[in-house]
Design a protein around this ligand. Structure first.
Ligand code: ZN
Length: 309
């Protein structure tokens, strides 16, 4: 049986400042803000989405900015690093650009034959740019020229005590185990959307992560549509996972389940996408509210920290 998962859909993390977060992802990394909305369960908090021009699944980094949240503490049971794909030969450009903008934690590394520039986001978020030779996706050219632009995710690194059960789950989800290098095991999805890689970094002696600003809240995998999502849900439930029913998130449908290593996984549909409630040329500009919160618009707008572009 092959499940219809074809890579990452989005990665959702926690920030301390909406403005600082928006500035970093749009100005520094050059992504497009493709949606400005609120947290469904906490409409006094923004939910900001950044990605390529359309917010194509596999390119979308999202954040919940909580003004008074404490700093997260990196550790086990979380996504430790989120990596974006950039064209071959561009890490020099990026290193200079990020250094000039005072981005912290810049370290060049190489793993699995790929050059990677690791760095920290505004809340200490573990981020990286990876040079990928074969990536047909087109990046958004907001503040970065097309020749260097981020084309979407390359993948994410899970930090775990051991690879065991989570590795088994990834294989069940359709990932191939590609190899191990320096304590990191790489999994890849065949025929994926470009956001193809999940690395498992095992740190047996480390402490569990504490979630806060700079932490990833959950990671979402992509399926084409709701029928495919039900198929994945049934397979997971039959295997013994406790999976939520499909939840309407306006721009996709979502199911969630906790993995053996502690990371929260989501499976999200590629449809209907971010043009559901605003035209493609206006994405991310106006505050869009989920239908059930629209009647509270005045109160919500008065409460939210304004974001200037
Ligand atoms: Zn999500």
């Amino acid at each position: 049986m092959t499940l219809p998962i074809h890579g990452l859909h989005h990665v959702t993390a926690i920030a301390s400042s909406a403005q600082g977060n928006s500035d970093f992802f749009t100005r520094t990394l050059g992504l497009r803000r493709v949606k400005k909305t609120v947290n469904f369960d906490d409409p006094g908090t923004y939910h900001l989405y950044y990605g390529d021009g359309q917010g194509t699944p596999g390119s979308v980094m999202t954040y919940f900015p909580f003004r008074h949240v404490g700093q997260g503490r990196p550790g086990l049971g979380e996504v430790g690093e989120t990596a974006f794909s950039v064209p071959q030969g561009t890490l020099g450009f990026w290193k200079e650009r990020l250094a000039a903008q005072n981005v912290q934690g810049l370290v060049e590394t190489e793993a699995f034959g790929e050059k990677r520039l690791r760095f920290l986001g505004p809340d200490g978020d573990g981020l990286a740019l990876t040079e990928v030779a074969q990536d047909a996706r087109t990046g958004w050219t907001g503040t970065v020229p097309e020749a260097q632009a981020v084309r979407g995710f390359r993948g994410a690194t899970l930090r775990l005590r051991d690879e065991g059960a989570t590795g088994e789950l990834l294989r069940f989800m359709g990932y191939d185990r590609l190899g191990t290098e320096n304590g990191v095991t790489r999994y890849g999805i065949p025929n994926g959307n470009g956001a193809d890689i999940i690395d498992i970094e095992t740190l047996p002696g480390a402490e569990h992560a504490e979630q806060g600003a700079g932490s990833v809240h959950h990671i979402a995998f992509a399926v084409p549509d709701r029928a495919a999502q039900l198929e994945v849900r049934k397979a997971l439930v039959d295997t013994g996972y406790q999976v939520t029913p499909p939840i309407d998130r306006d721009y996709f449908w979502a199911i969630y389940f906790r993995t053996p290593g502690g990371v929260l996984f989501e499976v999200a549909t590629d449809e209907p996408g971010f043009t559901r409630d605003e035209p493609a040329d206006r994405l991310g500009q106006d505050l869009k509210l989920p239908t059930q919160h629209e009647r509270l618009r005045d109160r919500i707008e008065a409460h939210l920290e304004p974001i200037t572009d």
